[in-house]
Ligand binder design. Structure first.
Ligand code: PEP
Length: 262
């Protein structure tokens, strides 16, 4: 993971239905941009497309949408971080809001540590269901970060990506879009939590992305005014023209700063 690059992640969720379609979207995205200097693109397709998509283009890194903590065994339906590693996949989303109900916070922590032990970079999703008037959501996200990173070493922290995804701003049922100011406030809170737990130099290595209804119109605002280290994109990552526009928005940012110089 290059320290000074923005990270644009596409989460395809359970889309598209066929491999043929997946290859078409993936190559459409890869054709949409030349060599990138300031941006790293990661696409997380359904796991069964990973191996084939790896051969379509090397311009795009691949990620899984989840990974189990045990290496192997009687865990029907699960995919382990070690399996991803043997496939050459370097990233996985962990704790996405559409998965979290299946796992306890302790299990999310085991997933994060399982990934790190296998050399997989977890893209840890955190975010509240709603913004309550009493600001309990601040503590909620704080606890999510703390528990997910329990027993993670300072050195390993550089290999963790955090995506703040307010659940109320995700998907077709979003209450509204989040603002870049709301993201900035939350990323500062997350940094404070990391700072208290791991110290400043370790905290400075962590990238904090924004996710939730990112599109071609608001991407620049989150990157520039929200100072996001990158974006996690759902729906728009399935549209090659729109996703490449988001990638180019990141690549063309004027003053790209290192994660510790924000
Ligand atoms: C997501 O679910 O991770 C996501 C960001 O989705 P969308 O962009 O469609 O809101």
């Amino acid at each position: 993971m290059a320290i000074n690059k923005k990270i644009i992640v596409g989460n395809w969720k359970m889309n598209p239905v066929s491999l043929k379609e997946a290859e078409k979207i993936f190559s459409g995205i890869a054709k949409g941009f030349a060599v990138l200097k300031k941006t790293q693109v990661i696409i997380c397709p359904p796991a069964l497309f990973l191996e084939k998509l790896k051969k379509v283009s090397t311009k795009i890194s691949l990620g899984s949408q989840d990974a189990f903590w045990e290496e192997s065994g009687a865990f029907t339906g699960e995919i382990s971080a070690s399996m991803l590693d043997t496939l050459g996949v370097r990233y996985t989303i962990v704790g996405h809001s559409e998965q979290r109900h299946k796992y306890t916070d302790e299990e999310i922590n085991r997933k994060v540590r399982g990934c790190l032990a296998s050399g997989i970079i977890p893209i840890l999703c955190v975010g509240e269901t709603e913004r309550d008037a009493d600001h309990k959501y601040l503590n909620f996200v704080k606890q999510q970060v703390e528990s997910a990173l329990d027993k993670v070493s300072k050195n390993s922290l550089a290999k963790v990506i955090i995506a703040y995804e307010p659940i109320w701003a995700i998907g077709k049922t979003a209450v509204r879009e989040a603002t870049s100011a709301e993201f900035l406030e939350m990323s500062l809170l997350i940094k404070k939590v990391l700072n208290d737990k791991f110290g400043k130099s370790a905290t400075d290595t962590v990238k904090i992305l924004y996710g939730g209804s990112v599109n071609t119109k608001n991407a620049l605002d989150f990157l520039e005014n929200g100072k996001a280290d990158g974006l996690l994109v759902g729906r728009e990552s399935l549209n090659p023209a729109k996703f490449t526009e988001i990638i180019k928005t990141s690549e063309n940012l004027n003053s790209l700063k290192g994660p510790n110089k924000k």
